[in-house]
Design a binder for this molecule. Structure first.
Ligand SMILES: C[S@@+](CC[C@H](N)C(=O)[O-])C[C@H]1O[C@@H](n2cnc3c(N)ncnc32)[C@H](O)[C@@H]1O
Length: 307
């Protein structure tokens, strides 16, 4: 599982850039265009949030937990309809920003939540955070299935029978490469072209401590003891479009943001690890992995059927 240091490396270091680009409570997971690319990214994020509201029957007074809530985009959305919201996030920059923005968010590891932490919920959501549940080392040690089983039991314990769990995550797709063929941390990231195995290596470096589930089954099977699937669809094409829109937002001129970019120049010049970090980020590996169907993305609504 990704630990705080891993998550801070990505989300806290780039916290200001994200917030200046996507808004103080911006969403940082795949939006829902459903093929309608005339929508703005903001409209597509709202469409995703409304989809969850509709499918999870969220109304005034519904008690909702968002695991790995990022900058709080979803809980901010459902606060407006009177839901009772709790967010949990492990990256410190994100929890600080959420708390400063008046959201009910706690800085903690979501795996430590039990019924004693906040009581039971009507609905649990997780957008993007399931991507960080299992590390490469844990996968190698044969622990992946057990990790997702423990996670699904944890979520089930927080819900009554009939309670819904919205889960969206990248997964490995049909063209995933063989684990044994990946030479971890050995890719020359300054090359122009990469093999499929190198693309996977680059993304493992972008998201340290994270190894994805294999297909939708990688989540549905460990959930099946407690949950049935109410709705499932692929967000692969929507994710590719979301990345295009984010890139445009990161580049769009904004004085505060560009002054902040300028303030990072000494660090860029002095620190090779920072240059490498930005380079990995700019390789476009994520998009290529989706194009090649080495990565997939699923949006699943589960309903709890058994204790
Ligand atoms: C891809 S981002 C998505 C953020 C948010 N859900 C959204 O849609 O905007 C994944 C989030 O999961 C959080 N996260 C990952 N592992 C976590 C853990 N074990 N406990 C709490 N938060 C975690 C990260 O800090 C990050 O905010």
């Amino acid at each position: 599982m990704a630990v705080q240091k891993d998550l801070d490396e990505l989300y806290t270091v780039l916290d200001k850039i994200f917030r200046y680009s996507l808004g103080d409570k911006g969403a940082y997971s795949c939006a829902r265009f459903d093929g309608d690319y005339s929508l703005s990214i903001e409209e597509a994020q709202i469409k995703k949030h409304q989809f969850i509201v509709d499918w999870c029957n969220i109304k005034e007074g519904t008690k909702v937990l968002d695991m790995g809530c990022g900058w709080g985009a979803f809980i901010d959305y459902i606060n407006k309809i009177g839901a009772i919201t709790y967010g949990v996030v492990l990256a410190k920059g994100q929890s600080d920003a959420c708390i400063k923005n008046g959201l009910n968010v706690r800085h903690m590891d979501s795996k430590d939540i039990t019924v004693d932490t906040f009581g039971k919920f009507d609905v649990v959501t997780a957008m993007g955070s399931p991507e960080h549940l299992c590390s490469v080392e844990e996968y190698k040690a044969g622990k992946q299935e057990e990790i997702y089983e423990t996670y699904m039991k944890q979520v089930a314990d927080l819900l009554p029978v009939g309670g819904r769990f919205y889960c969206q995550t990248m997964v490995f797709g049909p063209n995933m490469v063989k684990f044994e063929d990946i030479r971890f941390n050995q890719t020359n990231i300054y090359k122009k072209e990469f093999t499929d195995e190198e693309l996977v290596d680059i993304i493992c470096q972008v998201f340290p401590g994270s190894w994805l589930p294999y297909g939708s089954e990688g989540l549905i099977k460990p959930a099946s003891k407690y949950f049935k699937v109410i709705s499932i669809d692929s967000g692969r094409l929507d994710y590719m479009e979301t990345i295009v829109r984010w890139t445009a937002k990161f580049l769009k001129f904004n004085l505060k943001k560009h002054l902040y970019y300028a303030s990072l120049s000494p660090r860029y010049i002095m620190s090779k690890s920072f240059r490498d970090f930005l380079r990995r980020w700019n390789t476009g590996a994520n998009t290529m992995l989706f194009q090649k169907e080495i990565f997939e993305h699923y949006r699943i609504v589960f309903e709890k059927v058994n204790d």
